[in-house]
Design a protein around this ligand. Structure first.
Ligand code: PMP
Length: 265
């Protein structure tokens, strides 16, 4: 009778640690609290308490490539659709989770296919919350891409704009500059923010803009960014309008190296 199982009223965060050191705990837990607020429930812990609980867990487990999942969800007090009377539960889990792709894929890139599922319109779903319920879309998109022999799915939004992959954001390289979709319908990733910050420090121009499938032929390189996947190039995107191919370039390599250095990879 857990409300979150029936009605999707849960939010989560995925964090990483390396040899017991937690990365970006503050930013992830700020986003967790905000995700819950967007769903109109309150997590009864502060950012600091969540960070401390996570560090305690890491001290006890000491995984090499640790992955931390923090989940907050509405419990079983009430089966009414409104979660007004639900208690909020919070859990923090940690397990060993190395980078998910092979060295070959991190060097040469992933093959994506265009999902038939769309990121929802911001008026149809709390798209800026890392809400468990929204991950039904990611799960179906990823599952179909696997069944069809691809590594991941690329999703558009309801206005035909390129949005993101199933659990990561996307960047493109054009004429020595970075471009990334404006986050109308998806989560502003923390890795995405890291890339934007690092690129600016390296004097690489970054533009957030609306990007459409017809822009793909003019893009030289592309890569995905996310806590679980890191920085992984895109080799191709298969769409009903044709196959678009990309080649990891020097900017992609610079960003990959900066990320690997910062996260001890
Ligand atoms: N989009 C989706 C749908 C995701 O699940 C994630 C992973 N949290 C991201 C983007 C990337 O976010 P981050 O860089 O904060 O992990």
């Amino acid at each position: 009778m857990t409300h979150a199982l029936h009605y999707g009223t849960g939010v989560y965060e995925g964090l990483r640690s390396r040899k017991g050191k937690l990365f970006h705990g503050k930013e992830h837990y700020q986003r967790l609290l905000q995700s819950a607020e967007l769903l109109d429930f309150k997590i009864p812990y502060s950012v600091l308490e969540l960070e401390n609980a996570t560090q305690l867990l890491l001290n006890k487990t000491y995984y090499d490539f640790g992955y931390i999942r923090a989940l907050a969800w509405c419990g079983s007090q009430s089966m009414f659709v409104s979660h007004r009377h639900s208690n909020v539960h919070t859990a923090v889990m940690v397990w060993e989770r190395p980078m998910p792709y092979s060295a070959h894929q991190y060097r040469n890139g992933l093959n994506l296919h265009l999902s038939s599922w769309r990121r929802p319109d911001p008026r149809s779903a709390p798209v800026h919350s890392k809400a468990s319920g929204l991950y039904m879309i990611s799960a179906m998109a990823k599952r179909t891409s696997e069944l069809e022999g691809f590594d991941d799915a690329l999703l558009l939004d309801t206005k035909e704009r390129i949005a993101e992959a199933s659990s990561s954001n996307i960047f493109f390289v054009q004429n020595g500059e970075l471009q990334t979709p404006f986050p109308h319908s998806f989560l502003k990733g923390l890795t995405r923010a890291f890339v934007i910050e690092q690129a600016k420090m390296k004097k690489i121009s970054v533009t957030e803009k609306d990007i459409f499938l017809h822009d793909l032929p003019s893009m030289e390189a592309a890569f995905l960014t996310g806590t679980a996947v890191g920085i992984v190039p895109v080799a191709s995107v298969d769409t009903p309008f044709g196959l678009y191919t990309f080649c990891p370039d020097s900017i992609t390599r610079v960003i990959q190296e900066l990320h690997q250095k910062a996260f001890g990879l």
